[in-house]
Design a protein around this ligand. Structure first.
Ligand code: FAD
Length: 455
């Protein structure tokens, strides 16, 4: 079958490319190939009862399928150039913000209307942070919540399904340049297209690497973020989360001068497993519906590790640490902050007696056996710094889940149109290494669609 445009991956990057193409060029024949399931078939088998931990499904329903890694996410669309990716370096700051706002308008039109838009503009909290050597990054945050985010995806699919051909459970094996056009190879089938948009996200990082190697597309990679997910009573952070919802706080540790930051804050949310290429790490999300909320708030504390020559395999480093932790705990480890400070493992009894009830069924253990000292020292220093602006953060019963790893896809060399080497090959979203968030990935999709549509 020949298509005008083939999109690989139906995460936010792929969905917004398809949306904008269908709007601007309804005459084009567009196909989307997605490795995971259709939205309604996506279900993680962990039920907390019969299946308590990740069983390593062939395609992870949390990470793959219509909606991509974002489908069961917290649906926090951060409208900012300060974090979430470096899209602005390619398309300019103003255009990046314009596109993120445009994506927000679509989300509102497709079911998100009525959800809150938070902003750091004019907050008094910024001053309190600086007085304590913590730095609050600027952003507007649209919080859809996992429930409304799902509704928006359902509505977008209902709009797109007659305009675009979707193929689920269809992982693309390889892409070949025909000059002009491309050949897209699937299990026993071959399709061709004039233009190809690759948007395979984090779960497609290994595949993306092999495609770049095979098509001789230059890449670079030197970063991985390592840390823990913190879970504590929602009251500890409520003065911040009620006003800002998500606060991105950065701290330079006195000992190593490493930067530690808060990431993905989920007020009254839950901690969940994440499976990236078979490696179980930890993440979190929360619901807009008060009935589904919990008494706990969770967020990640991450230390960015940049490597210099000759070491190149930053993701391999992160994976080794996650595997070590998987080996010790059979999955995610949970430890009370007080136990970590006293140099003792958390036991099931200590967790049971804790005043904070974990929202994820994880193995009580000792994170200091899995995380490098430098990373752990940075996290401990950050927890004491946060305790000054949110007293209670450093309480004994604060729970730490580990490890949380943010793998960065190697950065693919693309131009301002997000074209890689071949004029009609676009590499976007988290799979390009340029974006790391819902809003940036979605904006990159709109950007390439407009380019293809000649706008
Ligand atoms: C639990 C969780 C919570 C999150 N919360 C937030 C949040 O609140 N705010 C935020 O900004 N970000 C959040 N994120 C990150 C966010 O989901 C991603 O940044 C975003 O989804 C990236 O979009 P994408 O389209 O680039 O890639 P993805 O969403 O990863 O989509 C890529 C798609 O490509 C498919 N694919 C991969 N390889 C192939 C192949 N060979 N053939 C066909 N298809 C393939 C995958 O199955 C996947 O569906 C969260 C992530 C997780 C896991």
């Amino acid at each position: 079958m020949h298509y005008d445009v083939i999109i690989i991956g139906a995460g936010p990057g792929g969905i917004y490319s398809a949306y904008e193409l269908s709007r601007l060029r309804p005459d084009l024949k567009v196909a989307v190939f997605e490795a995971g399931h259709a939205l309604e078939k996506r279900r993680c088998p962990i039920d907390g009862d019969k299946i308590k931990a990740c069983i390593g499904c062939k395609t992870c329903s949390i990470m793959s399928g219509f909606g991509g890694a974002g489908a069961f996410s917290d649906g926090k669309y951060n409208i900012t150039n300060d974090f979430g990716g470096t899209l602005y370096e390619y398309i300019g700051k103003q255009r990046a913000i314009e596109l993120m706002k445009y994506v927000d308008e679509i989300n509102m039109a497709y079911g998100g209307a009525g959800t809150k838009l938070y902003s750091t503009a004019g907050t008094k909290f910024k001053k309190i942070c600086i007085q304590n050597d913590l730095h609050l990054l600027d952003a507007s945050v649209r919080h859809l919540g996992t429930d409304i985010n799902y509704v928006v995806l359902e509505n977008l699919f209902a709009y797109l399904r007659d305009k675009v051909s979707f193929f689920f459970d269809t992982p693309v094996e390889s892409v070949e340049a025909l000059q002009p056009g491309f050949r897209v190879i699937l299990d026993g089938q071959t399709h061709t297209c004039d233009k190809c948009i690759i948007s395979v996200g984090r779960s497609g990082s290994k595949w993306m690497e092999s495609v770049c190697k095979q098509m001789e597309i230059p890449t670079r990679s030197n970063r991985v973020d390592l840390g823990v997910r913190v879970e504590l009573p929602a009251e500890v952070f409520s003065h911040i989360t009620d006003e800002l919802y998500e606060s991105k706080l950065v701290y330079r540790t006195p000992k190593y001068e490493d930067l530690v930051r808060t990431f993905c804050m989920n007020p009254r949310g839950v901690v969940v497993n994440e499976n990236t290429n078979g490696i179980i790490t930890v993440n979190g999300h929360s619901y807009e519906d008060p009935a589904k909320q919990t008494g706990n708030t969770n967020f990640a504390l991450l230390v960015a590790k940049h490597f210099s020559e000759p070491f190149k395999d930053s993701n391999g480093y992160g994976e080794s640490i996650a595997r070590l932790r998987n080996m010790l705990g059979g999955g995610v480890i949970v430890q009370r902050f007080g136990d970590l400070i006293r140099g003792q493992r958390s036991t099931p009894k200590r967790i049971e007696e804790s005043f904070v009830t974990p929202t994820l069924n994880a193995t009580p253990g000792d994170l200091s056996l899995a995380l490098p000292k430098r990373i752990l020292d940075g996290i401990i220093e950050m927890i004491y710094a946060l305790d000054k602006v949110a007293p209670g953060t450093a309480n004994d019963d604060t729970l730490l889940y580990g490890v949380e790893v943010k793998f960065y896809n190697m950065e693919v060399e693309v131009n301002d149109k997000l074209q890689a080497k071949y004029d009609d090959l676009y590499i976007i979203g988290d799979g390009s290494g340029i974006t790391h968030s819902l809003s940036h990935a979605s904006a990159s999709g709109v950007h390439v669609a407009r380019n293809i549509a000649g706008q």
